[in-house]
Design a protein around this ligand. Structure first.
Ligand SMILES: [Zn+2]
Length: 119
């Protein structure tokens, strides 16, 4: 996946601010680059899991992925993998301590995807 550095830094800031809770959002892509996030309303964040209910999803063809933070390692939980497989697209997990090296991206089949940061 390709993502703007600006967006990535914004997401890391959000993750730090929400810690120890998780935050989540949908990622919008333009010309093959992720450039925008739609943050999921606050009531849906918790300590253990993010509710990625699809009813939260606005009708928007540019949404090609999701992001959420973990208070620990950026490894997908069983629920995450289940969600990824239904949603398709790419999924970022921001792990503690929310630095560039603690971010991982996954495809809908749960395999890891390389992250290319564009300045
Ligand atoms: Zn998760």
């Amino acid at each position: 996946m390709r993502i703007r550095r600006e967006l990535l830094e914004y997401l890391l800031d959000m993750a730090r601010n929400f810690y120890p809770n998780e935050f989540g959002g949908f990622l919008r892509e333009r010309d093959g680059v992720f450039e925008e996030v739609l943050i999921i309303p606050k009531g849906h964040f918790g300590k253990s899991s993010i509710f990625f209910d699809t009813y939260l999803l606005p009708h928007d063809d540019d949404i090609k992925g999701t992001v959420h933070s973990h208070p620990g390692a950026p490894l997908p939980s069983k629920a995450d993998l289940n969600f990824f497989s239904k949603f398709g697209g790419v999924h970022l997990i921001l792990g503690f301590p929310f630095e560039e090296w603690s971010i991982k991206a996954y495809r809908s089949d749960g395999s890891e995807e390389k992250i290319e940061i564009l300045d």
